[in-house]
Design a protein around this ligand. Structure first.
Ligand code: IFM
Length: 725
């Protein structure tokens, strides 16, 4: 079907970044960007790995890019054949979304190249490709191929040591040691369909390549099959064991790997696809792509989480943000509970680092990392953005003041539990995590003796343009809600498993029974004021009344950063992204219809949507307040963001390009929670209160409810929930 295919019938050299992002393949652990075989780091070729990070000197610590095993360059009669140099030739490329296969076709006057690639989600992480040359003219063909470890890096180089070895019969091995002593092993096999003699690889400028030269004639066909397996270990003594495992993987024939991949992908695709009647092709494609993207990001095997730019590169240090809990996890909660559980366990495992961070800033409890790396390590820098004009780093307060992250982590646990009813996470450290999160807020809060209220001062809410504000509504309500949920779940678990809960509560007796209830009761919640408006933070309504549209026109330098103490937005009401709107969209049952409508209308003109997280929240709330035209429009923007590729690549002078998982996840939230109106209830389980916009005639999707698979089919007149398994 057309909507399940992304295809380009020509190649535009200026859009390399865009193709690289969009045509990415991945399995939640490794990802390969949509580049061509003849490209290198200048074209942002990227073989990205999730879950392992490295720091070179004092540069930003970031995720690692692996050596590129798919490097192939052709010369025909001494003339280089490359998509980058021969614009007159014909190039096509694309992605089969329902198969998760990247393909390219290039037609030069002397020969055609056809290649396809995919990533297997097996016991090991494998990238597999088939590269086919079909000769049209007689001549001398040189093929230069092998492993390119001179990789694209934002803050590298990350390999302080590298060694290559030829293991014979077209198999090579790379062992690299990162600056922080992780050992990256990559083994690659190169197999030709024609006789090419011994493959003698040579090392040059961090590339390990072989060159063969053959006489060819019309209709000759040469197939090069490339299989790469990667592994990361911390301890050299595991190398031999890994070697054997990886060798065994490399022996599995191409077709078998392809079949396995297609079967596994088909299962996931059929489960996750959302069928819509009504929307035009573009939107259908945007939805299919969003689901494809979420599936490529799902960490099935190891306990890792999902970085803000997914597998598309090292932007934002390859780190995990609140994006995962708020925008992505709800999708996995409904369809891939094991993946969702991995995301929760990743945060529970990060507790020690969160406690360390709180301690560093002088607080108790768990202050989660704003930019979280392995084991919850905080990677966010104090100077996180560079000025667009001077290129000088700007002091941003994301790391020390964006305290809502701990509450988002708690909310992620509750959302997972609500969808799966899996209580095991609470016994596996979840209770402790929740209590430490609440302890953090308690110690962060300022207790005003006069009013007997607790204030959360000096924070940054979702809108990052206004730093160091007092009582950000999103943050305060979030703390109140997850705090009450923490109390409720602990009391309820206590009935189920008294001994374990009492054990877990032992160190928290006074806090849990005395301080926490008082704190929550007296926590200041910015109330709706005149005209039902909730101030985003103390004093917000006194700021200059200018719309986002007008303010953006005042930018002097392109990409000029609007936030921070000197940014144009600072003294105005202009906000980067949905903030109060996010609060009302996520906690729709907590606020009256009037409050939701008034704030939705009010904040709209002030919102720049300068973050990919903004549109989907507006769509969710628009559905709720019965503004279907805008609900659809915001949803569309979220679903089409990466497909169109018109998002910001720079914040100030800092590169922020790549894919936007939160936008893909947000679009799916808009469909399932907004338009279909999925709700969890205590006595009826999952129910639907749809708000279908005119463009959507029907919506059909699957979901698990406590281990049972259902299908929902919703039209203007019908709401069907059918058990499938
Ligand atoms: O988490 C977001 C944040 O809300 C806005 N800036 C980008 C981050 C990563 O997507």
């Amino acid at each position: 079907m057309k909507k399940n295919k992304i295809s380009f019938s020509s190649f535009d050299v200026d859009k390399q970044d865009y193709y690289g992002n969009l045509l990415l393949i991945g399995n939640g652990h490794i990802g390969y960007r949509g580049s061509f075989e003849e490209m290198d780091k200048d074209s942002k070729v990227g073989f990205n790995l999730i879950g392992k990070y490295d720091q070179k000197d004092n540069f930003w610590r970031e995720s690692i890019n692996l050596p590129n095993p798919l490097f192939v360059r052709l010369c025909f009669n001494d003339q280089k054949l490359s998509v980058l140099s021969s614009s007159s030739d014909n190039h096509q490329m694309g992605l089969l979304l329902d198969k998760a296969i990247f393909y390219r076709h290039s037609s030069f006057s002397s020969l055609n190249i056809d290649s396809e690639r995919f990533i297997v989600d097996g016991d090991t992480d494998e990238l597999i490709s088939r590269y086919v040359i079909e000769v049209k003219e007689a001549g001398q063909l040189a093929i230069n191929y092998g492993l390119d470890s001179d990789v694209w890096e934002l803050n590298g180089p990350h390999y302080q040591k590298r060694s290559f070895s030829n293991e014979g019969q077209g198999q090579i091995r790379f062992v690299g040691t990162t600056n922080q002593e992780a050992i990256v092993i990559e083994k690659v096999s190169y197999h030709f369909s024609v006789k090419v003699g011994d493959q003698n690889f040579n090392e040059n400028s961090n590339r390990y390549l072989n060159k063969i030269s053959i006489r060819v004639k019309p209709l000759d066909k040469i197939t090069l099959t490339i299989k790469a397996v990667v592994s990361i270990i911390e301890d050299e003594s595991f190398i031999n064991e890994k070697d054997l495992q990886m060798n065994a993987q490399l022996k599995i024939p191409y077709q078998k790997c392809l079949n396995k991949h297609m079967l596994a992908w088909k299962h996931d695709w059929e489960l996750a696809k959302i069928e819509l009647k009504g929307p035009d092709n573009d939107v259908q494609k945007g939805v299919a792509y969003s689901i494809y993207h979420l599936l490529t990001l799902a960490p099935h095997k190891y306990i890792t989480s999902i970085p803000a730019r997914g597998l598309s590169g090292q932007t934002y240090k390859g780190a995990v943000f609140w994006d995962t809990e708020i925008f992505l996890a709800p999708f996995y909660n409904l369809l891939f509970p094991k993946v969702a559980r991995n995301l929760v366990i990743y945060r529970i495992n990060g507790l020690a680092e969160a406690i360390k961070k709180a301690h560093k800033y002088g607080y108790d409890g768990a202050f989660y990392a704003w930019e979280s790396q392995e084991n919850g390590f905080e990677a966010c820098s104090e100077y996180n953005i560079a000025d667009a004009k001077t290129k000088k780093p700007i002091r941003t307060y994301f790391v020390d003041k964006q305290i809502h992250i701990s509450g988002d982590v708690a909310l992620g646990m509750f959302n997972y539990y609500e969808a799966t009813k899996d209580t095991s996470i609470f016994y596996l450290g979840g209770i402790k995590t929740l209590l430490e999160i609440m302890r953090f807020y308690y110690s962060y809060a300022h207790h005003d003796i006069k009013t007997n209220q607790y204030f959360l001062n000096d924070v940054i809410g979702p809108d990052e343009y206004h730093e160091r504000v007092n009582n950000n509504a999103f943050t305060n309500y979030l703390v109140k809600i997850v705090g009450e949920k923490t109390r409720a779940i602990i009391f309820s678990l206590h009935q189920e498993n008294k001994q374990m809960v009492e054990e877990a509560l032992k160190p928290y007796q006074e806090f849990f029974y005395q301080k926490l209830p008082i704190f929550l009761e007296h926590l200041f919640l910015p109330a709706a004021q005149k005209k039902h408006l909730i101030p985003q933070f103390d004093g917000y309504f006194k700021l200059e009344d200018i719309t986002a549209y007008e303010l953006v026109k005042k930018r002097i330098t392109p990409n000029e950063y609007l936030g921070g103490s000197t940014g144009l937005a600072n003294k105005t009401r202009v906000i980067k992204q949905a903030d109060v709107v996010t609060l009302l969209a996520l906690f729709r049952d907590f606020f009256s219809a009037r409050i939701k409508r008034a704030n939705y209308d009010f904040y709209l003109p002030y919102t720049e949507h300068g973050s990919s997280l903004s549109n989907s929240m507006y769509s969710l709330l628009a559905s709720e307040v019965a503004d279907p035209i805008r609900a659809y429009d915001f949803f569309k923007r979220s679903a089409l963001l990466d497909l169109k590729g018109d998002s910001k690549n720079y914040a100030g002078a800092t590169y922020i390009g790549g894919l936007h998982p939160a936008s893909a996840g947000g679009a799916v939230l808009d469909l399932i929670y907004g338009f279909a109106g999925l709700r969890f209830t205590d006595n009826q389980g999952i129910i639907f209160k749809p708000h279908l916009p005119a463009e959507i005639k029907s919506i059909k999707f699957r979901f698990y409810e406590q281990g049972i698979l259902y299908e929902a089919f919703i039209t203007k007149r019908k709401i069907l929930k059918r058990r499938i398994l």
